[in-house]
Structure formats: structure tokens, C-alpha cells
Write a new protein. Structure first.
Length: 386
């Protein structure tokens, strides 16, 4: 019989499928639906105030007090210039990260015991690569201001990073070494989960390589390592993922998340991978946490109570090997073709080619993403393909 922890459910930007994204109301509804994690996005303003928004520009999501369209670049704006902006479809103002943390502590009293061990409910942060690396220090400082117990946050906050620069910065700045080396582990966590977010598992191999590099550095200071990978689901629909990346993930004992999973086929595939590989932890990020919570229970029950591998469309009779159907392989092939043609242009800063290179905490990397890629990606998301 296959054995693995339950598949976790994380609400994408709260409960994006039914409620305005990145709102306290949406986060509450996400937890009420039975999800134990919500994913959200954070940016820093010009004066180092952290705010919640998926886009660096306010145009798509925020209006001013009179309901007029806005057009602020958050990275280039002072907090006072955007603090009164309101989320379209909601009466909520733009949320500060500190405000979100205060809400989360109170929410924890409703959904978890404040000292529950281990904590069930979490915030998964998506930290876009356009941010300066110093945002990581600002995040920790805000956590300590809200609840001055660093290890309490370890099992409750997950740092999602697109760019290796951020992980390297954590290991270069003495501020983190001094703070974390004096902090005892909590529930098996030496630090927050550090998740590499990617549109292709091939780029995650660089993070796994960095983990090995850190292992060889010794114990002269506190070192952070990648503990999980979060991949767009379609990038996992290949034999190469199963035979090349999954064994490497398992060898490092890393967690696996998949996004944005909104239907049964997408979920069944991940559950099959999680169960067969016996991953330490795995989960989905979804626009519909209510639907996915119900599906997870149904899908896992079907697999775990059956002694017949035919219960899974993704398991073959021979040694219960994971099987990727031709339709899914074709989708993956087309997706990777688009990624290789357009998405990768300028996506990897030169500093990532060396694990030892210095990271400027204030540097904002200019990433030029193909307009064709953005159009294809947005269209596919609109119609539920991605």
C-alpha cells in the first residue's frame, strides 16, 4: 500500500476563484474552506514598507478612494502614496505585511492553538525576483515586531523564491547569521521553509546544487538551504521529471508543491507522485481551496484504500511505475517549447552562475520577459490551462 502524508491545500492569493485576491476576507474564507495554507505576494515600497500585491503595478487590482484607475509601481512609490488604494471588488485597502501578520496571529487563535505543535496553518510568500534581496530582512523584522519569537514563525511562514540571489543573500549577510545561530529549532525547523518557485524543474536543479555547495562549507556560520520546490503543474508531466528530478528531490528530502491546480486530473497526478515517491510533504496551490479540499479527501481515499494499482490512471501494473498519459506528455512538450523559446530570455542574472558571487541587498534586477510569453501565459491562465 502507498504511504505518504496528506496532500496539503494552499489557497492561491487567498481564494482567488471566488473572492477578490489578496484580501483578508479571502484569506479567512480560504481557512474556513479547510485549506491550511494561503499563498500571497509581497513587495517593498521605496521607503521599505512591505505590502501585499501580486503585481508590482497597481493598475489591475487597485483603485483610488474615488474608484479611479491607478498606475503606481510599488517599488518606486512611497507607502504614503499608495496606502489608501482599495482593492477592486472589495472595500479593503492595500494590506501591509505587518497588518497581515497581525491578522494571522489572531486567525491562529481561531484555527490553531497559539502554541500548537506543529502549527497547521501557514502563509506561503511569493517573493518576486524584481524585489531587492533586502526584502528578506524586512520580512523578518516585521515578524519580530508582531510576535517577538523568531522560531514561532519557522513552521508558519514559507519563503517562496524565484531567484537564487535571495538564498545567497541569506547566507552572506551577517545579520541573519547572528540572529538565526542564536535561535533554537522549532518542531524540526531550523529556519523557515525556503521554496524555489519555478516554471520548469530544470531551473530548480540549480537550487539543489546550491544545497550541496552549502553542505561543503562546514559549520563556521548559520546556513540556509532550499527545503521545497513549487512547480507549475504542467512542467511535471514528463518522464524526465519522474526519472531525473524526482529522485534528486527525494534524495534531498525536499517538499513538493504544484500550481495552479484546479481540477481532478491535475490533482490525481500530483497525489500519485506524492504517494509513490513517499515525499515528506506535498501539496497543491489552487484558486478553489473548497473544491480541492473535497477532492483531496476523495482522491487519496481511493488510492490508499485500494490494493489494485488500476485505481490510479497514472500507475502501471508493472512495479506500480508512474505513467504519464500521452495527452499530458503532449501538453508538457508544447509548454516546454514555449518556455524554451520565450520565457528564459534574460531570466537568469549573471550572478547566479557562481554560488560565491556577492549579492547587493539593494539591487533591483531588471528582468526582460518576452511579451509573447506573457501573452501566452496569461491566455492559458484565463482559460484554465495553466
Amino acid at each position: 500500500m502507498l504511504s505518504s502524508p496528506d496532500c496539503l491545500v494552499a489557497g492561491h492569493r487567498g481564494f482567488k476563484g471566488k473572492y477578490p485576491e489578496n484580501t483578508l476576507y479571502g484569506f479567512e474564507k480560504c481557512f474556513q474552506a479547510g485549506a491550511t495554507i494561503f499563498e500571497t505576494d509581497v513587495w517593498t515600497t521605496k521607503d521599505d514598507v512591505l505590502v501585499i500585491s501580486h503585481d508590482v503595478n497597481t493598475k489591475r487590482v487597485f483603485v483610488d478612494e474615488d474608484g479611479n484607475e491607478t498606475n503606481f509601481n510599488i517599488l518606486e512609490s512611497y507607502y504614503d502614496d499608495i496606502k489608501d488604494l482599495r482593492i477592486i471588488g472589495s472595500n479593503e485597502k492595500i494590506i501591509t505585511f505587518k497588518g497581515l501578520l497581525k491578522w494571522f496571529v489572531e486567525a491562529g487563535k481561531r484555527y490553531d492553538s497559539l502554541e500548537e505543535s506543529p502549527a497547521k496553518h501557514r502563509i506561503m510568500l511569493d517573493i518576486k525576483k524584481l524585489n531587492p534581496p533586502k526584502i528578506l530582512k524586512l520580512l523578518v523584522q516585521d515578524m519580530l515586531e508582531v510576535h517577538n519569537d523568531l522560531s514561532w514563525w519557522f513552521p508558519r511562514i514559507q519563503l517562496g523564491l524565484w531567484d537564487l540571489r535571495f538564498l545567497k543573500y541569506l547566507n552572506q549577510d551577517d545579520w541573519f547569521d547572528e540572529l538565526f545561530s542564536k535561535t533554537s529549532p522549532r518542531n524540526g525547523f531550523k529556519h523557515f521553509d525556503i521554496i524555489h518557485i519555478s516554471v520548469a524543474w530544470q531551473t530548480s536543479m540549480r537550487f539543489l546544487g546550491y544545497n550541496q555547495y552549502v553542505e561543503e562549507l562546514g559549520n563556521d556560520r548559520f546556513y540556509f538551504k532550499c527545503t521545497a520546490v513549487s512547480l507549475i503543474y504542467i512542467s511535471t508531466w514528463s518522464t524526465d521529471f519522474l526519472t531525473k528530478f524526482l529522485p534528486a528531490l527525494k534524495a534531498e528530502d525536499l517538499k513538493l508543491f504544484s500550481w495552479t491546480v484546479n481540477n481532478r486530473v491535475q490533482l490525481e497526478y500530483l497525489v500519485t507522485v506524492g504517494l509513490k515517491a513517499r515525499l515528506r510533504e506535498y501539496g497543491v496551490i489552487t484558486d478553489y481551496p473548497d473544491k480541492m479540499v473535497e477532492l483531496v479527501n476523495d482522491v487519496e481515499r481511493a488510492y490508499l484504500t485500494s490494493v489494485d494499482s488500476e485505481a490510479s490512471p497514472f500507475l502501471t501494473e508493472k512495479d506500480e511505475e508512474i505513467h504519464v498519459p500521452l495527452k499530458l506528455k503532449a501538453s508538457n512538450w508544447f509548454y516546454m517549447l514555449v518556455v524554451n523559446m520565450f520565457a528564459s530570455k534574460g531570466a537568469t542574472p549573471v550572478s547566479e552562475t557562481s554560488f560565491k558571487s556577492y549579492i547587493d541587498p539593494d539591487e533591483i534586477t531588471k528582468v526582460q520577459v518576452s511579451k509573447v510569453w506573457m501573452t501566452v501565459f496569461a491566455t492559458c491562465q484565463k482559460y484554465g490551462i495553466f
